[in-house]
Design a protein around this ligand. Structure first.
Ligand code: HAM
Length: 465
């Protein structure tokens, strides 16, 4: 037996299906905003993260999995994906065309040597987006709205969106001066980390989690008093856009984010499940002004965010947001004997390519054991295939809920399941043979709009086409 490495976890069975479900919805959302998929390596040169995430961040100072490879290179398992995405865009010369914005989405594992706790792992999965070439606060608002929409598509209702601005360079320099002056007076009573942060990047002190230090942080100067006219206007525009889109938000001036590349707007999505549980921010991001240039690209700005899949899955589990996920086997095939085993492979294949989830019992079990297995897999129907059935070219179909059973010829097999499992409506079929394209007038909603494939004169109820 080998134990899991501390801070890691297996994602298996239903949990893995839930992750795929989440990723699929996040991906669909990114695609309707016309983002394109990027897959970048999990290992990068350590220097990339020192430059981007920043030498003064906790991530780079304390949390990176860094090692020297056999060629003497200093390598890091990515603690986040943004830096690698930007590097890939620079390497692929995507900015040479100046056809902005360049838009990427990605999903995959990240690694941070943090203290493991609820919602915090050392290996975790992110789904993120980056929109690069941002010249307008409206773009930032669009990126934030895409994050919000993703959560709505996942079924979230009461998401808290916290936003803040870190201003432009001028605002931040003035703000940092004021913070230095303020924290300078309290530093001797603060933790050793804060003393280091004071020297490295005083903004990081605002992130300190030590309760006594948080009391001091509470009374620190606020960025809003140091914003230049430009920075103020940008932030106001983003807020107005969010209002216009009906996206609720809270301005939280203590939000500074733990990565050094941010400038301008920063944001986090929070959610407390009905069980009262919160697992930290479920997603977060912001605008970055210098990152692209820092990684060797042109002086263009960007904005993006990443969701933590583990945290999304945890709150969605708590609030039953996965209720549509069904792992029913549609049809369980029960072959009796060697000839039937081979035949069932062909029958299952035929049904699978038509979209049915099938499983075959190929372990030469008796009937009662096969029925138990079918039940454990939540199968809806069983097909019993024995020598007689093969001889007569017909199979016994059993409804496992009602226990009714009947015989069907091999020619009618698919048609029968299409009827039994009401699959017809899901498939693209020849349209409007009857009054309604699905052939079942009782399901018709006469107010439905006419569908493209339909006979001109008929309204079509088949919404799934
Ligand atoms: P981040 O806030 O460090 O931002 O991470 C984004 C999300 O990843 C968090 O909101 C959280 O849901 C999840 N996460 C972070 N650390 C852990 C952990 N140890 N265990 C489980 N989940 C975790 C970034 O990584 C930025 N790259 C986001 C971004 C994209 N900004 C601009 N573009």
């Amino acid at each position: 037996m080998f134990n899991l490495v501390k801070g890691t976890h297996d994602v298996i069975l239903e949990e893995a299906e839930k992750y795929s479900y989440i990723e699929q919805i996040l991906q669909n959302t990114a695609q309707i905003f016309n983002y394109k998929e990027f897959r970048t390596p999990i290992i990068e040169h350590s220097e990339l993260f020192a430059r981007s995430v920043g030498d003064s961040s906790d991530i780079v100072r304390k949390e990176m999995y860094t090692f020297e490879d056999k060629g003497g290179r200093n390598i890091t398992l990515r603690p986040e994906v943004t830096a690698g995405i930007v590097r890939s865009m620079v390497n692929a010369k995507l900015f040479a065309l100046q056809d902005y914005p360049v838009k990427a989405y990605y999903t995959g594992p990240c690694f941070r040597y943090e203290r493991p706790q609820q919602g915090r792992y050392r290996q975790f999965n992110q789904f993120g987006v980056e929109c690069i070439g941002i010249t307008s606060p409206h773009r930032d608002a669009e990126v934030i709205s895409m994050g919000y929409d993703s959560l709505i598509f996942l079924g979230f209702k009461d998401v808290t969106l916290k936003i803040n601005t870190l201003g432009d360079d001028e605002s931040r320099e003035n703000y940092k001066k004021a913070l230095k002056e303020y924290f300078g007076k309290h530093l001797e009573n603060m933790c050793s980390d804060c003393k280091e942060r004071y020297e490295l990047n005083v903004l990081r002190i605002l992130d300190c989690k030590v309760p006594e230090d948080q009391e001091i942080v509470k009374n620190a100067p606020k960025i809003s008093d140091f914003l230049s006219e430009n920075a103020k206007n940008s932030f106001e525009t983003i807020k107005r856009d969010l209002d216009f889109l009906g996206i609720p938000y809270e301005v939280d001036e203590s939000l500074v984010r733990g990565l050094d590349y941010y400038s301008g707007v920063v944001f986090e999505f929070h959610y407390v499940s009905s069980k009262g549980k919160s697992y930290g921010a479920i997603g977060a991001g912001g605008h970055y002004g210098k990152l692209v240039a820092e990684v060797g690209g042109p002086e263009v700005e960007g904005c993006g965010y990443a969701f933590g899949i583990e945290r999304l899955a945890s709150v969605m589990n708590d609030d039953n947001l996965f209720e549509d996920l069904s792992d029913n086997v549609d049809i369980y095939l029960m072959p009796l004997g060697e000839r039937a085993n081979a035949a069932s492979l062909g029958i299952a294949n035929y049904l699978r390519v038509s979209g049915y989830r099938c499983e075959i019992c190929l372990e030469n079990k008796g009937m009662s054991q096969m029925f138990k297995k079918a039940e454990r897999r939540n199968a809806l129907y069983a097909i019993i295939i024995g020598d007689n059935e093969l001889e007569n070219d017909e199979y016994v179909i059993k409804n496992l809920a009602s226990q009714e059973q009947f015989k069907v010829s091999s020619d009618d097999l698919l048609k029968t399941f299409d009827e039994l499992l009401n699959f017809e409506g899901k498939k693209e079929t020849e349209c409007c043979e009857g009054d309604c394209c699905c052939g079942d007038d009782s399901k018709c909603d006469s107010d439905n709009d006419h569908e493209e494939n339909c006979d001109e004169n008929k309204s079509c109820c088949c919404k799934n086409k």
